[in-house]
Ligand binder design. Sequence first.
Ligand SMILES: Nc1ncnc2c1ncn2[C@@H]1O[C@H](COP(=O)(O)OP(=O)(O)O)[C@@H](O)[C@H]1O
Ligand SMILES: [Mg+2]
Length: 353
Amino acid sequence: MITTSGLTKVYQSRGREVTALDGVDLHVREGEVYGVIGQSGAGKSSLIRCINLLERPTSGTVTVAGQDLTALAGRGPRAGKELREARSRIGMVFQHFNLLDSRSVQHNIELPLEILGVSGRDRSRKALELLDLVGLADKAKAYPGQLSGGQKQRVGIARALAGDPKVLLSDEATSALDPETTRSILQLLRDLNQQLGLTVLLITHEMDVVKTICDSAALMQKGRIVESGTVGELLATPGSELAHELFPVGGTASGPDRTVVDVTFHGEAATQPVISQLSRTYNIDISILGAAMDTVGGNQIGRMRIELPGRFEENVVPIGFLREQGLQAEVVEHDAASIPVQTPAPLTKEVAK
Ligand SMILES: Nc1ncnc2c1ncn2[C@@H]1O[C@H](COP(=O)(O)OP(=O)(O)O)[C@@H](O)[C@H]1O
Ligand SMILES: [Mg+2]
């Protein structure tokens, strides 16, 4: 649904060049909630602004719903109308809501439809329908100044949906909100994703946001995407920074002759019996270095870091046993000098829908 290829953005700032995006290749599939996480200055806002062409990329391409927006933008003023229409099918939600204080809630939502030349009656019908969808049916006549932060963001979301977009872009939509309101807005985004089949690309600096609603995620550093994948793929990638942040299971090897394995399981898979079976079958002592259980994108996922006695070579069979039980088992530390790094095992179950 969204593809960027070699996307680069260089700003000219007081005679100096600032590279905000440095060759970003992003793939967001139809119907998924995709989170881009990174620290301040990583280039997240630049990415989202280049995707909807609020900002012209320095090089690279942006394709949304099969349409190459960079090519449209490059065709000069006559492509203006086409580009405007293409952009109206990309909803955008902002951190500080960007509502017009002098306009009622209803008229804020109607604004993008006015620009598209939709008639007054149709605008009004659509705005009321959207207000109902975001749970603010009774606030049509209110003004932004009379609303709470969470309500303002609901209006912002309704306005973003006015052009019936297939894609919703959200730049830190919950960063100005308290934790409880954040949860309710994330739930709304998830509901809209499911009810309307809306593809959502959201930018955040909070790992909790990714944990709560994302099917896939990417980590951005210094204008580059350094890790990306479905949450399941990330959890199955040894040494993944995102996986570690999502599930800080912690723990390092207690000695050189030890093998540390991260075991990931989905749903109700009971690890406890499997670990004790493993211990009995191979007559080995197993230490649990850390464990975490959580809900990611509506799915229960657990992670456990265990330590087996002996080097990797001696544990090939026990690790195979864990995989046979349908668990993902990835070696995180072993005598790296002698053994090639393991490639991630394929997912045993789809984590994301
Ligand atoms: N309009 C601009 N002019 C010059 N530099 C900018 C501009 N916008 C962003 N930058 C710079 O680009 C880098 C990435 O910024 P930004 O995309 O806002 O990151 P993030 O949203 O992850 O905090 C930063 O170094 C920032 O200072
Ligand atoms: Mg930003």
